[in-house]
Ligand binder design. Structure first.
Ligand code: ATP
Ligand code: MG
Length: 500
């Protein structure tokens, strides 16, 4: 009936489970039939399932026990249903010719999936209700057309990160907290097939010879995978989901990431073209902060952005976006962030925003900041402002440029004005834990002063961090500049917060 989409039968086919002994439901064969039996009629426990006529499964029960028994039955039913789904999923994956299905239209595909599922369910004597059937069909459709088990997580708005540790363990991040999801892959082969589907769509390959890959999903989400043997217990996948509406300054203030006073200071800093570095650990909110800060740039300016994976969503009219490119499968065609940056300097930008500085492009970034493209911004991986400066020094040293340490430091000190520290705290909240100004050089050392910080004071019994933001009390090194540009920040902004 669906020969186009079904796998060729093997020469000695494995015997299928016998059809049910009891009479089949009249709806079988029409997919979502109307006369579907109640789930309580299901009698599945691994392997073939014999349909049992309604009533035979139920024992008469005393009235007083009805409520707890009903709850128990519901739980058991759910467990059994889970088992059926897994089994059916496996049977379908084994039987479908997925490559042929890839070319079908959506409607054709949904129809085929429906009939194949009906056939398998019929053979196994399994009856599902309408809702269960719809969910199952959707899961199977996702398998063929989408990214299988990942699809439901990608659609789930409350999920921000998806982390796969081998086929049977998928963690998701919701509200800043990582939690184990109930979604799994069938096995490593299944997981590898989905990885391959993602990377081949962007002309990349992942195998034993190229065991890791970075890519962007169709919806803009950032994707990274590493496969065995480098990933020891099964493929590792991380997905940073693309947020259509990035968090803006107001959202971040509302979420407690920083205060209105800090926002006013940052507005003055960005508008008066200070060079800003957002520093932070993995997933601490660097890109989000960078994106929010960019909203303070005047609409008349020409901004060029350079990223590995285009994540920034600038609101200005005059924006040129660049995405660096790794080499293709033949090892050719790479365009590094440094190549993009060098080229960007010839494209008459007012400001350059580099998504993340992590390598040799640091030289060009500092040069751009020093030579007429002030107001530029980037992010780096570091745990504090001081650590951030060391990271910059290391990057310069690693890029192969021979430069005395003092010269290196004075170049950093004159290029970078502000370091904003983003942190993901242990309770999952993301906060701007420090704003530090770079004030120049004292001898061989870069001098800095912290203007705002998050002061931690304790922990609640629920492990929520207690603390408050405060100015440190120092006068901004850039107050004159702010004043000259028309940003006369009130003195109280820089006064430490008094806690009762
Ligand atoms: N203050 C915040 N409150 C709540 N969620 C936030 C906050 N800042 C960022 N996020 C969310 O946290 C996730 C990680 O943020 P983001 O991509 O900005 O981090 P990152 O430091 O750039 O990560 P990476 O190191 O992987 O590049 C995103 O889903 C983002 O929407
Ligand atoms: Mg980022």
């Amino acid at each position: 009936m669906f020969s186009r989409y079904k796998k060729e039968a093997p020469s000695a086919p494995a015997p299928r489970p016998k059809p049910a002994a009891a009479p089949r439901p009249s709806t079988a064969g029409t997919g979502n039939g109307a006369a579907l039996r109640e789930p309580s009629n299901l009698k599945p426990t691994g392997g073939a399932v014999n349909a049992v006529s309604p009533g035979t499964m139920r024992k008469p029960m005393p009235k007083s026990a009805a409520v707890p028994l009903a709850a128990d039955k519901n739980r058991k039913r759910k467990e059994r249903l889970g088992e059926i789904k897994l089994e059916l999923h496996r049977a379908l994956l084994d039987n479908l010719n997925l490559a042929a299905l890839d070319n079908a239209t959506e409607q054709e595909l949904r129809l085929e999936i429906n009939s194949i599922a009906t056939e398998v369910l019929q053979e196994k004597g399994i009856v599902l209700n309408r809702e269960e059937r719809t969910t199952l069909n959707q899961e199977l459709y996702d398998e063929v057309k989408g990214l299988g088990p990942l699809e439901s997580l990608l659609k789930d708005e409350s999920v921000s990160d998806i982390l796969v540790n081998g086929p049977h363990q998928i963690f998701v991040e919701r509200d800043g907290k990582l939690q184990l999801s109930d979604v799994t892959f069938k096995d490593e082969k299944h997981l590898l097939r989905i990885i391959d589907k993602i990377v081949s769509a962007v002309g990349r390959r992942v195998d034993e010879m190229n065991p890791y890959v970075d890519a962007r999903l169709q919806d803009g989400s950032r994707f990274n995978a590493m496969v065995p043997p480098i990933a020891v217990d099964g493929s590792l996948v991380s997905i940073r989901k693309f947020k259509k509406d990035k968090l803006g300054i107001d959202d971040l203030v509302q979420f407690g990431a920083f205060t209105e006073e800090m926002a006013a200071y940052l507005q003055a800093a960005v508008a008066t073209r200070l060079n800003v570095i957002v520093s932070g650990g993995t997933g601490s909110g660097k890109t989000t902060t960078l994106n929010a800060l960019s909203s303070f740039i005047d609409d008349s300016e020409r901004i060029l952005t350079i990223e590995d994976t285009a994540e920034l969503q600038l609101q200005q009219t005059h924006v040129g976006r660049m995405e660096s490119r790794p080499p293709n499968v033949e090892g050719k065609g790479a365009v590094s962030p440094r190549d993009c940056l060098k080229n960007a300097l010839r494209m008459r930008p007012d400001r350059i925003i580099v998504g993340e500085t992590r390598g040799e492009e640091v030289i060009d970034m500092l040069q751009a900041m020093n030579t007429g493209h002030d107001g530029s911004m980037t992010t780096i991986h570091a745990n504090s402002a001081r650590d951030g400066v060391s990271r910059l020094e290391n990057m310069i040293a690693m890029s192969g440029i021979e430069m005395p340490l003092k010269a290196m430091r004075s170049q950093i000190a004159s290029a970078v004005h502000l370091i904003v520290q983003a942190s993901r705290l242990q309770d999952g909240t993301r906060r701007m834990t420090s704003i530090t100004e770079v004030t120049g050089m004292e001898g061989d050392v870069i001098s800095m002063q912290e203007v705002f910080r998050f002061q931690r004071t304790g922990l609640t019994p629920e492990n929520k961090i207690v603390g408050h933001f405060t100015a440190t009390g120092v006068r901004s090194h850039f107050s004159e500049r702010f004043k000259m540009w028309g940003y006369d920040l009130p003195a109280h902004l820089f006064e430490p917060t008094r806690m009762e």
